[in-house]
Design a protein around this ligand. Structure first.
Ligand code: PGA
Length: 253
């Protein structure tokens, strides 16, 4: 049995002061749940230091939303793996569709970042997902297969065991349109098959595949009930402690 893993992706929201309030409230509401479910939050870089202190010993892990594919040096505006590790960061989201869409991130760069993160000791959450146009053109399987192969290129079986995949249909992100549990399961089953074919069944059985795209407290339970959906990457609904903790509780309940 895979343990459910729910991650909050705060995106470019919350000042450090607001972030401290949110995470302090969240920690109280999810106290004692870490035996049943893995929880992480990925706040903006500017808040990681303060959030890290609050999360110590709480059972909620810290993640970042991106990292550089370089170790250090003259790369203005970039954040390195070593900087994240130093702040107690455990997970890092890589290749979110917003990074692909607005900042031109390619599968090649994403696989480079994933390998870099793993080499440094961070656990990547690699995002893949099709657009509405691609789905309507009947290209979903091709897009998922291409992104899977490209974004995870060069990862060993051992690397894969440390990596989470997030399936996020672009048309469901921030739109209020969730993939139905059956639509999501269909893609998760495809991802599981790609994992079996690439890394073998023993590895595929252990890899966490999260669903992301308008997951909320009231649809989490039926999504999590599907056999190949092992958690969620949550944007909007992770921005308030009440709603996010209800989503987490409903996922296990
Ligand atoms: P959403 O975002 O939950 O607001 O749709 C999900 C994501 O982009 O990770």
């Amino acid at each position: 049995m895979r343990k459910l893993f729910i991650t909050g992706n705060w995106k470019m929201n919350k000042t450090a002061t607001e972030a401290v309030q949110l995470v302090s409230a969240l920690v109280k509401k999810v106290e004692g749940l870490s035996d049943k479910i893995d929880i992480a939050v990925c706040p903006p870089f500017t808040t990681l230091d303060r959030i890290s202190t609050i999360l110590k010993g709480s059972g909620v892990s810290l993640g970042a939303q991106n990292l550089s594919d370089k170790a250090s040096g003259a790369y203005t505006g970039e954040i390195s793996a070593a900087m994240l590790l130093d702040l107690g960061v455990k997970y890092v989201i890589i290749g979110h569709s917003e990074r692909r869409q607005y900042y031109g991130e390619t599968d090649e760069l994403i696989s480079k970042k994933a390998k870099f993160a793993l080499g440094a000791g961070l656990l990547p959450i690699v995002c893949i997902g099709e657009t509405l146009q691609e789905r309507e053109a009947g290209k979903m399987s091709n897009v998922i297969t291409t992104q899977f192969k490209g974004s995870l290129a060069g990862l060993t079986a051992e690397d894969m065991l440390k990596t989470t995949i997030a399936y996020e249909p672009v048309w469901a992100i921030g739109t209020g349109k969730t993939a139905s549990p059956d639509q999501a399961q269909e893609v998760h089953a495809l991802i599981r098959k790609l994992l079996v074919d690439t890394f073998g069944k023993a590895v595929a059985d252990k890899v966490i595949v999260q669903y992301g795209g308008s997951v909320k407290a009231d649809n989490a339970k039926e999504l999590m009930a599907k056999p190949d959906i092992d958690g969620a990457l949550v944007g909007g609904a992770s921005l308030d402690a009440e709603g996010f903790s209800a989503l987490i509780k409903n996922s296990i309940g």
